[in-house]
Structures are given as C-alpha cells and as structure tokens.
Design a protein around this ligand. Sequence first.
Ligand code: HEC
Length: 408
Amino acid sequence: MLNANFRRGTAENAATVARIAADSNVPEALRLEAIEELNQWNDPSPLDRVLGRWQPLENRSPIELTGIVGPIVPDLFQSSEKIKEAGTGLAAKYGIKAAAPQLAEMVVDTKRPVDVRVASLNALNKLGYASIADVARTAIKDQQPALRVTGRNVLAKHDPPAALPALEQAIQQGTTVEKQGALATLAEMPLPAATEVLIRWMQQLVQQQVPAEIQLDLLKAAKAKQSPELDQLIARFNATRPQDDPIGGYLETLSGGNAERGREIFYGRSDTSCRRCHMIRNNGGEVGPDLSGIGIDKDRRYLLEAIVAPNKAIAKGFETAVLAMLDGKVLVGIIRKETDTELELMDAKGTVIRVVKADIDERASGKSAMPEEIVKQLSKDDLRDLVEYLSQQKQKQKQKATSTKHER
Ligand code: HEC
C-alpha cells in the first residue's frame, strides 16, 4: 500500500504516506519506509531500493512537499531514535524552518550518522540559521572528515577570512575528501586571497608536484575563477599533456574518484547506459564483457582508455565483424561463435544473428562495439568516479553453464 502510493506519486498519495510516517501505532520499520519514500519522492532512484534492479518510475511530476512534511516533523522528533534521525534528514531535505533547533543539535551529536549531520548543517545554512557560523566552527573540529568539509564550506560563506587558513591547511594535510572539498570551496570564494592560493597550487601543478587525486579538483577550481593568471597556468599545464597518449587529455581522472557515484553512473544513467552492455555481479547486459572482476588484472590506465578510446584495444572475445552479404545487406556485430560453415553475430542491441558463411560476399573486421562517442556524455568527474568504481571490481568470475561466450 505504501509502495502503491509512492508509485502513483500525487500530492494526495504523499499526504497518505506522511500520515503513516507520523502514526505512532504503526510499526517502526514501516514508518521508516514511509519517511524514506517522502525523501525520494521527487527524485526516485531508478534502482529498486531492495533488489538494486533497474526499475525507473516514469511520468511522475514533482510536487511541493514542504507543506506536507512540515506538520509531521514534530511527531517524528518525538519518536524512536531511528525515526528521529530519519525525520531530521527529511526536515533538512525540505528546509523545514521550525526544525532548526533539532537540526543544530544533530550537527554536533557525534553518535549520529555522518550523512544526517552533514545534511543538517547544509539545511541550517540554507535556512539562514542565526548562529550558523558557530555551528560551522564546531563542525570543523569534528572527527568526521565529511563534516569538516561542510563546516569549512559553510564558514567560508559567513566568515571568509577565518575560513581561508582552515582551507589552506585542509589542502595540505586533510584526507582526500577534505582536500577536494577545500578546493571546491576556494573556487566559490570571492576573496582575492583565495585566488592567490589557487595560483600557488597551479604553479605546483605545472611542475607536476600536485597529488594525482586532487588534480581534477584544482583544475576545476582554477577554471571557475575566470582569472587571466589562472587561465594562463591552465594553458601551461595543458601544454605538458602527452600528445600521443589516448588518455593524455584525461590523466587527472585516474585517481581520487568516488566509487559509490561511479556505481550510480554505471547502473543509473540512461545516456551512457554501461549496464545495457555490461554486467557486474549478474546485473546488466551481455553485449560487452562482464566487468565483475575487471579490477583484478587491469590497472586504472587500461580502464580509462577502455572508456575514452575503445578502439585502441579490443577485449579478447569481443572482436567485431562487418559482413557484406550477397543479398546486399550489411551486418555488424561481435563474433560470438564461428564454425567452418556458420557465424553467430551479436548486434549492439544484444540480438544474436545466425549467418551462413556461403551467403557472405565480403568480410572485414570492425571497430569496437563499445560506442566511441560515449565519452562525450561523461564529465571528467564522471570518468574519475567510473574508474574508481571499476578498479574496485575484484570478484572472481564463475563461468555460467549456459554462456556461449568465448566459444570459437
Ligand atoms: C553498446 C554497448 C556498450 C556500452 C553502452 C558500453 N560498453 Fe563498454 N564495452 C562494450 C564492448 C562490446 C566491449 C569489448 C570491446 C572493447 O574492448 O572495446 C567493451 C569494453 C569495455 C571495457 C574493457 C573490458 C575488458 O575486459 O577489456 C570497459 C572497462 C568498459 N567497456 C566500460 C564501459 C563503461 C564504464 C561504460 C559506460 C560508460 C560502457 N563500457 C558502455 C560495449 C559497451
């Protein structure tokens, strides 16, 4: 019943789900489910939350939830710890002003999950909470790197001169997320001193002295500033890129990515649709190689090259053929099977076509069946996240009994 409301997605459905979330007679698990649905209401994940299967909800128009969520928030705060936490996330997401004191408590409560604390801090900032700078200063000293990142970012908006040294220190000594986050924050700061910090780092980049995992962040921050001096440094760095290397233009995407985001791109994005052709852990298509164990013996350079220049090297067993048939048809596909008299081709949609060799007029080997233009749909952040995700795929593969793959 919850799910039916969620799938239909009208304001009336949302109000029903909100009533279930707030009802203290309903079991906790169900209330949590209701809260999570309200959370995802306007941007439902295309993946089924339980099974991780591709199950997008089409044709749902966004609705205004602040007025529906606002009234139930006090009930949520008076419930179990878990519901209180989930309720905070909800209040943060929809900017419920009356929840500000609870949000502030949540930020500094070290027992709470870090994503709830980060969301609370961001929400307070958006709500214009009066003591936001103090909350941010506390956050900067927290044990959790992700909270420190947000703390510095919020402080930079309210007290830029105080934030600057904290940001500089984070780039030098912080964890990777802090370094990356600090560079992104510097890019947003209108202070000339922030530009100067970036200039110093860009000078180091030109001399190849910046850690690989923050190069992309630095380049993005430098570009965002639109300063002539930084633009010049970017050009100087670009001139050092190896010209004859197919990944020369993308070297800053080799490390520092976020594997979770990479996973979302792999399974969730319809414009690049890796999953249409590739399988990871039995989920996905069969046009391209199963990538469940790709991180075992392939390094990051190989993975990046496979995405940005698929024709450079073609995976074994995935060579393609272009067949001009005697009847004038042209068939293109991956050779799945070949005998003396027959061929089995698989086209880009995954359809298997059986061909009698005597009907072939001419045969040539073709390009990779992985689309060359796929890289145009991907930002450098996307690429870096994908490389990170793929490099972590280290499952040993079991050969499926029914698979015809690699049979020749
Ligand atoms: C239309 C189908 C198709 C799509 C979409 C596609 N690929 Fe591929 N991919 C292939 C095929 C076929 C191969 C094998 C031929 C080759 O190596 O170029 C391949 C090869 C690869 C390889 C090398 C595998 C190996 O064993 O050497 C990687 C890595 C890869 N793809 C990643 C991706 C990612 C990431 C995406 C999404 C951004 C993607 N692919 C989208 C068809 C596809």
